[in-house]
Design a protein around this ligand. Structure first.
Ligand code: UT7
Length: 331
């Protein structure tokens, strides 16, 4: 066993991503709500985002990302033993989007379920898959972060509609000696649940004419409160995960954060004493795609050659719940 890698380590053997072709620019948003490209760029760093077509569901994007990840892993869907989809925009309340992905991919042997951990969902799903493989329950796992955020975005609310986008990212995990997961750190704080939520459509407030009239089926956020917690908690989570590996922040070669807002990400790096060139950023092109953001940024960083052999890579996310997670990988 190579030094620094856990026994029976679980590694990433394939990655994939899907982004819908339709681009919604800040100039387009200027025509929809009272906003400006200048406000959006300076407050968020977002220039444009992708929007899925009406007839494209979260599972469709998940399947495209999964196919690419399976191809790289040189695996057939028939060989998959576990599918976990992280999403807050499932195709429907039930069945799970993972079961729909199973059918569309044709992966009959797989056990399938969804994980609901908002923007931290991809990391929660990855760590869950890793545990099942380590325990010997399953030999491999397809992990997907997929979101059609445009389906829960209030296109009349300028404080949220400029932020979100659609997409999916995936990876395949199995026991491996390369690109291994070194450690993870997850946490939650349910007391802050009201700061970022979709109020209606669940058992607490079932859909009614009133909830629709009051636009309660759309994401609501207290932006500045979420902002402050995100900076503090993401920096802390990344610190804790490297500490668990016996490493320091300065050992991180690439920090891949959930892409919520450029100001949050730069503040996290500053708090960690990490130079900007160690951060992977793509928020400008895609906005906040919740669970898909970390997955796609991870995919892009790998495909663009930003991750070199033996690099210490840290995925780091924060989202509604609040929930947060960081995952350290030796590339
Ligand atoms: O995915 C994980 C969770 N999500 C996040 O991490 C996002 C966290 N929050 C944020 O990214 C930021 O808080 C926002 C980008 C959402 C907002 O930025 P902010 O600097 O916190 O602005 P603010 O909410 O304090 O609003 C400042 C002003 C307000 O006007 P007044 O009250 O000062 O007159 C807003 O009405 O900006 C106004 N405003 C806008 N103006 C133009 C809000 N949205 C817009 C807009 N265009 N789109």
């Amino acid at each position: 066993m190579e030094k620094g890698k856990p026994k029976d380590s679980v590694g990433i053997i394939g990655q994939g991503a899907y982004l819908p072709p339709k681009i919604l620019t800040n100039a387009d948003l200027e025509k929809m709500v009272d906003t400006t490209d200048e406000w959006i760029m300076t407050r968020t760093g977002i220039k444009e985002r992708r929007i899925a077509a009406d007839n494209v569901a979260t599972s469709d994007m998940a399947v495209e990302a999964a196919k690419e990840a399976l191809k790289e892993a040189k695996m057939k869907p028939e060989d998959l033993e576990l599918i976990i989809v992280a999403t807050i925009t499932p195709d429907m309340q039930f069945p799970s989007t993972a079961c729909i992905v199973q059918r569309k991919l044709n992966a009959p042997k797989a056990t399938c379920f969804d994980v609901s951990a908002a923007c931290s969902g991809f990391i929660f799903a990855m760590v869950t898959g890793e545990q099942f493989i380590k325990a010997g329950t399953f030999k491999n796992a397809l992990i997907v972060g997929a979101e059609k955020m445009s389906s829960i975005t209030d296109w009349q609310d300028r404080s949220t509609c400029v932020l979100f986008g659609d997409g999916a990212g995936a990876c395949v995990l199995t026991k491996s000696d390369s690109k291994v997961i070194l450690a993870s750190y997850l946490g939650s704080n349910g007391w802050e649940a009201d700061l970022l939520k979709l109020p209606a459509g669940g058992s607490a407030m079932p859909a009614s004419h009133k909830t629709i009239d009051e636009r309660l089926h759309y994401a609501k956020m207290s932006g500045s409160e979420v902002f402050k917690s995100a900076v503090r908690v993401m920096a802390e989570a990344a610190n804790k995960v490297v500490e668990k590996c016996g490493l320091k922040c300065s050992d991180i070669n690439c920090l891949i954060p959930h892409q919520a807002n450029i100001r949050i990400l730069l503040s996290v790096a500053k708090r960690m004493g990490l130079s900007e060139d160690r951060l992977y950023l793509n928020v400008e092109k895609y906005g906040n795609m919740s669970s898909a953001s970390t997955a796609i940024a991870f995919y892009e960083a790998a495909k663009k050659g930003r991750l070199k052999k033996n690099d210490i890579v840290v995925l780091d996310a924060f989202g509604s719940g609040f929930v947060w997670g960081a995952c350290a990988i030796k590339w």
